[in-house]
Design a protein around this ligand. Structure first.
Ligand code: PLP
Length: 386
């Protein structure tokens, strides 16, 4: 079997008669049939092939086949965004009355689904601490059906032991789902540690240049079949154009993640020695509370670094205002370095107690370290801290 870099480059849809090197964008909503009998057979599912692009499309297939291979998954389904992947997974697999067990710090829109949308269908979520797996079993009820987590968490960068979570999922017969957006298929493969499904927002590192949205769900065939049955008719399908762009981006994912991680580790180390900085968190810094676990399940540290700035809320806002090169934007995983201040933006509506529960202090700054020269990245941080 080919190695990951090669899979991401050499997994390709069959060439057309024109012999193109790069895969075409199959920008078509439907497909024609040879004759009435062919059409009948296709609709009956007796013959393989494409019928309508809400169900399947060659460019979209190439993208999802690559992600499935890179994650070591049996199968996959591509979606229009990361949230379409998250929503489709729960909507397909849960019934009214079911419950989700989830690590507390999940992506903002996932939190909104858990707390505002799913309760409309009598689906309840029980949150547990990312750092204390001992409390997880107590939160499981006879109705719990899915165990869901993100690691490293956003923005606290807590690391959850994927193998330990598997033991809990297995003991209680739960479907084990991991949002692997922060690490990408290059750095961490939750299926190796027992996950049943892995979700990606391809909008982040997989695109890597902030151009478009996309998502993916990969994992066990029987679960993907259920998700497909839901998604074919509810319509969260990925556009062929975005699939083409994302599939091209996958070809450089390995080298990009290496540079993101290298730059981020260097910045984390330099921040540690700066007098305006209270603390620094990065999975591959030896002082990370779960450093050993990170080493076990991640091949690199990734591109996200968080730190606490002296002076709290005002100092955090001042730091952002003083940056000259960094982008102030809600995205992450871009080739351009991005800074955010969660306490005054994404998490400003939470109470202080809620913020503490997900590890967000007033002075927490989240950096998504880009691919610029690391000296230029550091210069901007240094002058803004000054
Ligand atoms: C961005 C993100 C999502 C949602 O992805 P979209 O493509 O923006 O819909 C889900 N999970 C995590 C961890 C994310 O960072």
């Amino acid at each position: 079997m080919k190695r990951k870099e090669t899979q991401s480059i050499r997994t390709q849809t069959e060439r057309t008669k024109f012999g193109e090197h790069s895969t075409p964008i199959y920008m078509t909503s439907s497909y024609v049939f040879d004759n009435a009998e062919h059409m009948r057979a296709m609709f009956a599912g007796e013959e393989e092939g494409n019928v309508y692009s809400r169900y399947s499309n060659p460019t979209v297939d190439e993208f999802i086949d690559k992600i499935a291979l890179m994650e070591g998954a049996e199968s996959g389904w591509a979606t229009a965004s990361g949230m379409a992947a998250v929503f489709s997974t729960f909507a397909a697999l849960l019934n009214a009355g079911d419950e989700v067990l989830s690590s507390r710090s999940v992506f903002g829109s996932t939190h909104k689904l858990f707390t505002q949308i799913f309760p409309k269908w009598n689906i309840k979520t029980n949150y547990v601490s990312a750092t204390n797996l001992d409390e997880w079993e107590d939160a499981i009820t006879p109705n719990t059906k899915i165990l869901y987590l993100e690691t490293p968490s956003n923005p606290a960068l807590d690391i959850i032991d994927l193998a330990k979570a598997k033991e809990i999922a297995e003991k209680h017969n739960l479907i084990y789902v991991v949002d692997n957006c922060f690490t990408t298929p290059v750095i961490q493969n939750p299926i190796e540690f027992g996950a049943d499904l892995v979700i990606h927002s391809a909008t982040k590192y997989i695109d890597g240049q902030g151009r478009g949205l996309g998502g993916a769900i990969v994992g066990r065939q029987h679960l993907i079949d259920e998700i497909e049955a839901f998604a074919r008719h509810s319509g969260p399908c990925l556009s062929p154009f975005n699939a083409w762009m994302l599939s091209k981006s996958l070809e450089t994912l390995q080298i990009r993640m290496e540079r993101h991680s290298e730059n981020a580790l260097e910045i984390a180390k330099r921040l540690q020695n700066h007098k305006q900085v209270q603390w620094v968190k990065y999975p591959f810094l030896e002082n990370h509370p779960a450093y050993e676990i990170a080493q076990k399940q991640m091949s690199m540290g990734g591109g996200i670094v968080t730190f606490g700035i002296n002076g709290g809320l005002e100092a955090g806002k001042n730091f952002l205002d003083s940056l000259k090169m960094f982008s102030l934007t809600a995205n992450l995983g871009d080739s351009r370095t991005i800074a955010t201040h969660p306490a005054s933006t994404t998490h400003s509506k939470l109470s202080e107690e809620e913020r503490q529960k997900v590890g967000i202090t007033q002075g927490l700054i989240r950096l998504s370290i880009g691919l610029e020269n690391v000296e230029d990245i550091w210069e901007d941080i240094e002058q803004a801290l000054g």
